[in-house]
Design a protein around this ligand. Sequence first.
Ligand code: C2E
Ligand code: MG
Ligand code: MG
Ligand code: MG
Length: 286
Amino acid sequence: VSKRDGKMRCTWFKPEFDHSLEALRDLDNELRAGLLNNEFEVHYQPLVDARTHEIVAAEALLRWARPDGREIGPDVFVPVAEESGLINSIGQWVLRRACTDALSWDIQLSVNISAAQLRNPEFPFQLGQILEETGLPPERLELEITETCLVLDPVVAERTLDLVRGLGVDVVLDDFGTGYASIGFLRQFRFEKLKLDRSLVVDAASDESSRAMMLSSISMARALAMRVTAEGVETEDQATMVRSAGCDHLQGWLYFAPMPARDIAPHLSRPASANGARKRPGRKVA
Ligand code: C2E
Ligand code: MG
Ligand code: MG
Ligand code: MG
């Protein structure tokens, strides 16, 4: 477990994590209580322009500060909340919080939406209501979804995404390069943006065939008029590689780690620096 970005990076598959049914039910109850007791927080990770290094957007990432001090990442608790349906309430809370935080920022806001949320027929209406309540201009918001959201029921997903776009909100395909069905879905769902998964970024920096796959993904995205973000950029070598491959936006610890809302504002008012890394990642920001 590393504390690099200020929280434990445990995953769903960590052997020390208790997968028993009782443990999962307990965790779900704690999540339910945590939502009522205000234990959740949203952190934000800036995305920078590949050329100017100016901050162009921020991704909302959910954090849970448990009363017992144990830190559990969204990789672990989001799947549990999805299983019980609690993710619908948590997801609405995240959207409301993030849209409020981003009101004074002059950049795009990106929010992760899980498959269970997208399947909820109420979702587009809830989203419209949150935009109205908070006053965030819909063009400033984009939703990150993964292909899991699409494979289960592409017909329903397409209808939901049409309603979302009808509100003026863009849709981003997250974690591209980790699944199987993505290429066909790119055409079908006409995403505004594509995020190349960190694993693809890491592999492409060292391995020829991964690089070829990245290049063809990017040219396909280009042909379909999508913007491309490289996720999880940690080294200058990776940054150079994804920039020359044609990525528009870069996101990763090389530039910024996720940080609380109050820490982001000072970075936004500053002019873009030539070398980009205005804040060294790796330090604890939580
Ligand atoms: P994601 O949407 O793909 O988010 C990117 C993850 O990569 C985040 O992990 C982020 O902290 C991490 N990351 C950013 N830069 C680097 C880097 O340079 N190196 C490495 N190794 N990692 C980096 P995090 O915050 O633990 O979130 C994990 C996943 O949990 C997210 O993956 C997303 O799928 C899910 N998630 C987070 N917040 C929410 C939320 O509000 N709602 C839903 N439904 N899911 C969320
Ligand atoms: Mg994401
Ligand atoms: Mg991702
Ligand atoms: Mg992910």
